[in-house]
Design a protein around this ligand. Structure first.
Ligand SMILES: Cc1cc2nc3c(=O)[nH]c(=O)nc-3n(C[C@H](O)[C@H](O)[C@H](O)COP(=O)(O)OP(=O)(O)OC[C@H]3O[C@@H](n4cnc5c(N)ncnc54)[C@H](O)[C@@H]3O)c2cc1C
Length: 355
């Protein structure tokens, strides 16, 4: 059976980002890598969006970038600028194609469908397949989005809508999210923060249809793409092993308060590449204890007071957008954290420390 220096389990966002980072930095010239990925073909299955707070390898896969956005609750809308940190949407189809074309050029990189096809005993393993134990207390960000096309110009493609809470909350937290890629095309998502124990929240098609036709007042459109997912707002179980590192969602790269993961995956890939020669002894990479603590408190408030969340998100964006963006992208300093914390309902958050 074939043996490899490195094995990446899961050729999705984290697995391919890491392989690409290693390849373009010459780390696979004299080392071999096996990527284990069961899917037979790669096609667009996700739209990864984030504020560009750092450089990354995938600017050429960006479908659209915005410098302003809005957030709204019933009867109130806040319009904000994000020119310093534009919001970018990466098309996963372009991402998969770019990386796979690059990896094909190196004979040291091989793809397999299952780990049992190779000998993994002496390899260093990067695992992106999460081990998720069902727990009814855990929160998820679950959502469904459709990309629609209209006959006539309809959208203002200069501004995206981050959160529209002017919708049915069903004792949970629910918002719509609209990314206008052009005047005639947009991704519209219905998003829930919940324990996923209310199946009525999953009538996504009905929710989206109702939002488009009765809220946006758009009747003439066609659906050209659909994506659906659930991001765990908790850390998957992790067993420490000497020759294995978890990456991606499995590796705790999701911000629990927001679901943002893509840029953390890029930071983690960079960290691994910088330490690859001595990866066995490298310190475990973490998003940061400060954010883990604050997100934990945030989720407790969400559990106790879902009805307060639209207002909390709305108020958070009353701080300078630059500061909020840095905070949500885990790049804020303590001074900036404080200015966000001061916008929060203090008593509710203090009480949450003791739940
Ligand atoms: C629809 C969707 C939209 C998202 N949008 C955003 C966003 O806008 N911004 C953001 O920051 N984050 C977003 N996320 C969260 C996160 O960025 C993505 O989930 C991202 O794909 C996580 O990367 P990953 O490598 O951990 O998982 P994946 O990309 O899911 O990769 C895991 C890979 O493992 C493979 N696999 C499964 N089982 C096995 C097995 N037994 N052996 C080997 N391989 C296996 C899968 O086929 C897959 O290719 C989104 C998530 C989803 C689901």
């Amino acid at each position: 059976m074939k043996e490899f220096d490195y094995i990446i389990i899961g050729g999705g966002c984290a697995g391919l980002s890491l392989a690409y980072e290693l390849e373009i930095n010459g780390k696979l010239k004299s080392k071999t890598l096996a990527i284990i990925e069961p899917r037979t073909d790669y096609k667009k299955d996700k739209t990864w969006s984030f504020w560009k707070v750092m450089t990354h390898n995938f600017d050429d896969c960006v479908k659209k970038s915005w410098e302003s956005f809005s957030i709204n609750i019933p009867k109130k809308t806040n319009y904000l600028e994000c020119a310093s940190y534009p919001y970018q949407s990466v098309d996963s189809g372009l991402f998969y194609e770019k990386i796979n074309n690059k990896l094909k050029e190196n004979n040291n990189i091989s793809f397999f469908k299952d780990l049992s096809e190779i000998n993994s005993k002496d390899s260093f393993i990067f695992n992106s397949v999460p081990s998720i134990k069902k727990n009814h207390r855990n929160f998820w960000q679950h959502f469904c989005g459709v990309e629609i096309e209209t006959q006539n110009n309809f959208f203002d493609d200069k501004i995206f809508n981050l959160m529209d809470f002017d919708c049915d909350q069903r004792e949970s937290v629910h918002f719509f999210y609209t990314l206008p890629f052009s005047k005639t095309r947009a991704l519209i998502e219905t998003t829930w923060l919940s324990k996923m124990n209310d199946s009525s929240q999953k009538d996504y098609d009905k929710q989206i249809k109702n939002y488009i036709e009765n809220h946006l007042n758009l009747k003439d459109y066609k659906i050209i793409y659909k994506e659906e997912g659930a991001i765990p707002l908790f850390y998957p179980t992790y067993e420490k092993e000497k020759n294995k590192i978890n990456i991606g969602t499995a590796g705790g790269m999701t911000r629990l308060s927001t679901g943002y993961t893509f840029l953390n995956i890029q930071d983690h890939s960079k960290y691994i590449r910088e330490n690859i020669e001595n990866i066995i002894n490298a310190k475990k990479y973490k998003i940061g204890n400060k954010y883990q603590f604050l997100d934990e408190v945030f989720l407790r408030v969400l559990e106790k007071h879902p009805e307060k969340m639209p207002d909390i998100f709305f108020k958070m964006f009353k701080a300078s957008p630059k500061t909020v963006i840095k905070f949500l992208s885990n790049k804020s300093n303590y001074f900036e954290d404080l200015s966000i914390i001061f916008k929060m309902p203090k008593l509710t958050f203090i009480k949450a420390l003791f739940y």
